[in-house]
Design a protein around this ligand. Structure first.
Ligand SMILES: [Zn+2]
Ligand SMILES: [Zn+2]
Length: 301
């Protein structure tokens, strides 16, 4: 399954039983945690996310509502006797913050914590053979980064009956998946199209974190299967949104439309709004295939 479970959809503070930002992206046997606001551990337990499957955590920026839950989670991993390495992808300054928190508590982690500072610009930051993760800068009050998660697929898919029929050795399968022809022992060339078919492109999920309305971001996730875009405010507060480097419902819809994504999930709601239906209506007026990023709901990608 390639699915996104929203763990926190509120901006700034917890309100109306909504929590600061966190998301669990499940793919194969891994859970990729995106942001880790206060309360993330509780949400992980509530929605039965397997902690042992979290090996990679991505932090978008250093506003507290996106990482104040991190030291708690890191410490709990310790208390639970974790030994597996944990990879953390975040703005460089987070390393010092965590180090100070651990030093003052004389906390020594029993597992390796590998810190990967975000590079500048649009770059790939992870390729674990199953998924590729790209980072890109968004426009916010402080340095902020969005992520694109792309299912890794070979360009070609093996036709099992064909490779068995022509006795192609298994060690050559990967090269077939990359499009190579196979030369048999008798010197005869088997063209790739006899042995494989074109694969479907990998599915994509884009997370734009906190950002002002910025259509120049669209190039990073054009045609993505799912986009999560913040809608801190409704359309009438467009000016306020711009002043605070946030976006509105209508603007999120515009981004989804311009980027030609297949589906939009909105979140990072201001605590001004107890009910969210109006936010969804405004977004859907611009981009029909939109939904509220309700906590605990898993969106299949
Ligand atoms: Zn935020
Ligand atoms: Zn922020």
């Amino acid at each position: 399954m390639f699915g996104l479970t929203v763990l926190g959809n509120n901006s700034a503070i917890p309100a109306f039983d909504r929590h600061p930002t966190a998301q669990a992206l499940t793919f194969a046997d891994q859970v990729y945690l995106i942001d880790c606001g206060e309360g993330t551990q509780t949400q992980i337990a509530k929605y039965k996310i397997r902690r042992s499957r979290i090996n990679h955590i991505f932090i978008s920026h250093l506003h507290g509502d996106h990482y104040f839950g991190l030291i708690g989670l890191i410490s709990s991993f310790s208390l639970m006797g974790r030994t597996a390495p944990l990879h953390l992808y975040a703005p460089a300054e987070l390393q010092q913050i965590l180090q100070l928190q651990m030093d003052v508590a004389s906390n020594i982690l029993p597992y390796p914590l590998h810190f990967h500072a975000h590079p500048t610009g649009h770059q790939i930051i992870l390729d674990d053979g199953k998924i590729e993760v790209f980072v890109f800068p968004t426009k916010h009050r402080i340095k902020c980064y969005g992520f694109l998660f792309k299912e890794r697929k070979w360009p070609r898919q093996i036709i099992k009956e064909a490779v068995l029929k022509y006795n192609v050795p298994a060690v050559f399968y990967q090269r077939l998946q990359q499009g190579e022809d196979y030369v048999a022992k008798d010197g005869k060339t088997l063209v790739n199209s006899i042995l494989t078919t074109a694969n479907k492109p990998g599915k994509e999920y884009a997370y734009t974190a906190d950002t002002i309305f910025d259509p120049s971001l669209c190039k990073y996730f054009e045609g993505a299967d799912l986009l999560y875009h913040e809608t801190t405010y409704m359309n009438d507060l467009e000016k306020k949104a711009a002043e605070r480097f946030h976006s509105t419902t209508k603007q999120a819809g515009e981004i989804a439309k311009t980027a030609k994504v297949k589906r939009l999930i909105i979140g990072h709601f201001s605590s001004k709004y107890e009910m969210l239906d109006d936010l969804l209506d405004e977004t859907r007026a611009v981009f029909k295939n939109s939904d509220l990023g309700i906590e605990g709901v898993t969106f299949i990608i």
